[in-house]
Design a binder for this molecule. Structure first.
Ligand code: HEM
Length: 480
């Protein structure tokens, strides 16, 4: 039997087609409670979109451990071959709003939530192993430069390159963005990275530095600017659509999770600063070790509750996984849960998609939309009433710090890894890279910014700088 419509508090609704009026042609009555409720709720349907990564697609699936990692970490999800953990994932564009075109050149977000028996563990990464800036203090300025001009409300290459040319630490990531990986052909055909260096701790208290790599099993595929522009005119939601359709027909995408493990002391003395997120750790120095396989086999049932309401944070850690002193990461530990409280409310963690599998026990109470206050129980700690107590086995691993309080930069070599990357690219990709930079930096009506940026390319690799200078008709003498 077809179910009957009710009001949101369960009363039957007699007419969902015509509002109550005073007579056939009379005005609408304020006593039409169903009408008022329907209009009022509709006005409140939108919540603030994510301040970055607003456009995205989600899916669910499973992570299966294929290589026991207990030698390096006591984290349950990485212990015991064959162990399966449910995952929720959200892929995203970074700069645009929630209706943004999927095939624009941009970094893509790659956020994974592992629903473990010991609490939620999130790897909130991108499809690139590095980032534009390496101090959280610069993040809001960086994002402002990529978003809309405050006067024209247009995105503006001037702002983007103005920031980048004055922030040489961005060079490595700018090179990745302008090269082929700047427009993935599908969310399924890109790698994902944890980007930062994290800490793994084993049962004996031994500590290792770790870098995460999700390697796509579909092969890396990208789009040229021309194909991307064509797709943009045909389907603004191309990537979201493509992922959904693949999962719907059972063509489940998968990634092999690998890690680089760096012994603790060695990491502190590595040739690049391990905590500078603009740098990669060479796979020649620390090869990839396979950990497991992540398969996405379930589409969201409801976009709003499964994808819009999902909330990731690098601060969602489990026992055996800790943070590093990376300054960008440290800022992110605050930013995401703060954003969730603003976007979804103080009790965002009670939403079904964010709820942990294990029981939540603490003395946080009340707040908007609270649904989990334990009935009648004690709401302070310590107490004599048998309330939950702290778990000392969860203490962080102690580590030494030294030096003076101050404001420091990571170093001034912003160039060698960008140069290494350029030299690794095949000739045809180098040509496309230079062309893409020409198309973008060429729109900046400011020779000083162009020269400043080309100087960075030149410092990374003389051929790189010279080719961009030539493409923009800037004499080499002005760069050298
Ligand atoms: C989303 C802040 C750097 C990956 C967000 C959000 C904020 C934020 C506030 C929106 C969260 C929400 O409303 O749910 C920051 C800050 C950064 C930073 C302050 C630097 C200090 C990074 C880096 C990466 C990254 C380095 C990747 C390595 C992501 C992803 C999302 C996101 C994937 C989307 C998560 C989702 O799908 O819900 N970021 N971010 N961010 N950020 Fe960052």
């Amino acid at each position: 039997m077809t179910e009957k419509i009710t009001t949101s508090e369960g009363q039957p609704v007699a007419n969902n087609q015509h509002s109550q009026t005073a007579g056939k042609r009379g005005p609408v009555l304020i006593q039409d409670i169903h009408l008022l409720e329907k209009l009022a709720h509709f006005n409140r349907e939108r919540i603030p979109e994510r301040v970055v990564h607003a456009k995205g697609a989600g899916a669910f699936g499973e992570f299966e451990l294929t290589n026991d990692m207990s030698k390096y970490t006591k984290a349950g999800l990485f212990n015991g071959v064959g162990k399966k953990t449910r995952v929720g994932i959200r892929f995203s564009q970074v700069a645009g709003e929630s209706g943004y075109i999927d095939t624009y050149r941009d970094v893509r977000g790659f956020a994974v939530k592992f629903y473990t028996e010991e609490g939620n563990y999130d790897i909130v990464g991108n499809n690139t192993p590095v980032f534009f800036v390496n101090d959280a203090l610069k993040f809001p300025d960086f994002i402002h430069s990529q978003k809309r001009d405050p006067k024209t409300h247009l995105r503006d290459p001037y702002m983007q390159w103005d920031f980048w040319s004055h922030s040489p630490e961005s060079l490595h990531q700018v090179t990745i963005l302008m090269a082929d990986r700047g427009i993935p052909a599908s969310y399924r055909t890109m790698h994902g990275y944890g980007s930062h260096t994290f800490k793994w701790v084993n049962d004996h208290g031994e500590v290792f530095w770790v870098k995460y790599h999700f390697r796509t099993n579909q092969g890396v595929k990208n789009l040229t600017d021309e194909v991307a522009a064509q797709l943009a005119s045909e389907n603004t939601d191309y990537l979201m659509d493509e992922l959904f359709q693949a999962i719907e027909v059972g063509d489940y995408p998968s990634w092999t999770l690998c890690v680089q493990i760096i012994p603790y002391e060695e990491g502190l003395n590595y040739k690049y600063d391990l905590f500078d997120v603009t740098k990669v750790v060479s796979q020649k120095d620390y090869p990839l070790i396979e950990v497991g396989k992540m398969t996405l086999n379930e589409n969201p049932q409801n976009y709003f509750t499964d994808v819009e309401e999902i909330s990731f944070s690098p601060a969602n850690l489990v026992l055996g996984i800790e943070v590093s002193p990376d300054k960008l990461l440290q800022g992110r530990l605050f930013a995401y849960k703060d954003a969730a409280r603003y976007r979804l409310g103080a009790n965002y963690d009670q939403l079904p998609v964010n709820k942990s599998l294990n029981k939540v026990n603490n003395y946080e109470r009340d707040g908007f939309m609270q649904a989990n206050n334990p009935g009648g129980s004690v709401n302070y700690e310590p107490n004599s009433q048998g309330g939950p107590v702290q778990d000392e086995t969860a203490a962080i691993t102690p580590f030494d710090v030294q030096g003076q309080v101050g404001t420091y930069e990571y170093g001034t070599d912003h160039y060698s890894q960008a140069g290494d990357l350029y030299r690794l690219l095949p000739e045809d990709e180098k040509e496309r890279l230079v062309q893409t930079i020409k198309n973008n930096l060429g729109q900046v009506d400011n020779r000083e910014i162009q020269i400043l940026e080309i100087k960075q390319f030149y410092q990374a690799d003389q051929d790189y700088g010279a080719r961009v200078a030539d493409a923009l008709n800037i004499p080499l003498e002005e760069i050298q």
